[in-house]
Design a protein around this ligand. Structure first.
Ligand code: SAM
Length: 333
């Protein structure tokens, strides 16, 4: 049966079994210039936090019907799931590992004293585990770092991370990865298929100590809906950490970075994953994400306490590599 995936101004007929093709058609392919070189498009306006009208939203640089976005995003991640970890390393030259390490240290600087294990005086009192939710957790990069940090730095195994992700392919890759670790088959890690904008029903109000979302929120249709769900499930005093691509602050570096992103990343996607269009979407979605202060304001609007609306110590966010990536943190009042 054929289903119609509408990209505004560019209707595409696609078999429902082949949504990925629709995603490719929906993706804006940057036209080659007459010299054969890829043209970097002019700077796009940041996307508005919610749907851009009541019926449409953005998918990269395209406007698409609201109800199609999740399917299109899903098709991107189904396409890249098996090569996702390799591509992350190649595209960022491995630097994403440093960003994620710093991010996890910043959201988990310490654990409550009750959770610090003293190997010389084993306690008999059962302790409530420290509960983390890693939303859009994909292949488990953040979840595994959280568990490793708690174990290595604080000798703590009373910590649990639930990964929630919309894409089954990404979750399957994550499960394979966890099978190679000492957390396999333990209650410390679990995987749930679910949507950041409407978390699965078993995740109760005021039940989570730490909520993380890394490189996931820009793919969601409504940023306020994601933040409001995060606020709902966190305990009072619980922390939120958002890691996402930011805006490069140095103008010259920004130009170089955009040239690299629009020219090089889709080509790398083609070579390593056989899929340039999904990577073109990823680059475009980065461009459309709000700036650092705009996103910090959205967190405040959702009810989170943040630092001041500036970068660095005492500020609401920390830039990594001149703002290529940014970590925002907040606390549920
Ligand atoms: C770029 S990956 C990031 C994965 C992982 N957090 C990391 O840092 O490596 C983005 C993930 O967001 C997921 N995602 C996109 N939209 C989502 C939504 N509405 N709810 C939950 N997950 C979503 C995708 O399926 C994908 O696994």
């Amino acid at each position: 049966m054929a289903s119609r995936i509408r990209v505004l101004g560019n209707a595409v007929r696609a078999p429902s079994s082949c949504i990925r093709i629709a995603a490719r058609a929906a993706s804006t392919t940057t036209p080659p210039s007459s010299s054969g070189q890829t043209t970097v498009p002019p700077v796009e306006p940041n996307h508005e936090p919610g749907p851009s009208t009541s019926r449409t939203t953005h998918f990269g640089f395209k406007e698409v019907p609201l109800e199609d976005k999740e399917t299109l995003v899903g098709s991107v991640f189904s396409s890249v799931a098996s090569s996702y970890d390799l591509m992350n390393d190649s595209m960022s030259l491995g630097i994403h590992r440093l960003w994620k390490d710093s991010f996890v240290s910043s959201v988990l600087p310490r654990l409550p004293a009750s959770l610090h294990q003293n190997p010389n005086s084993p306690t008999t009192t059962p302790r409530a585990p420290f509960k983390c939710l890693d939303v859009a957790g994909g292949t488990g990069d953040i979840a595994l770092r959280i568990l490793d940090r708690a174990r290595e730095k604080f000798a703590c195994r009373d910590i649990e991370v639930e990964i929630v992700d919309l894409n089954q392919g990404m979750l399957d890759e994550g499960r394979k990865r966890v099978a190679k670790t000492l957390y396999y088959n333990t209650p410390q890690i679990s995987f749930t298929h679910g949507n950041a904008q409407s978390l699965p029903a078993h995740i109760e109000d005021n039940s989570i100590d730490l909520y993380t979302i890394a490189f996931g929120i820009r793919n969601c249709t409504s940023l306020p809906a994601v933040l409001s769900e995060a606020y709902r499930v966190l305990k009072p005093g619980g922390k939120i950490g958002v890691l996402e691509f930011g805006k490069v602050t140095n103008p010259l570096f920004r130009q170089i970075y955009r040239q690299y992103s629009f020219s090089f990343i889709p080509i790398m996607g083609k070579i390593l994953a056989g899929d340039s269009e999904s990577y073109q979407y990823l680059v475009e979605s980065i461009e459309r994400f709000p700036s650092q202060p705009e996103f910090a304001q959205l967190m405040r609007d959702a009810g989170f306490q943040t630092g001041q609306l500036r970068e660095g110590k005492g500020g609401a966010w920390t830039d990594y590599t001149n703002g290529i990536a940014t970590a925002w943190t907040g606390v549920k009042a």
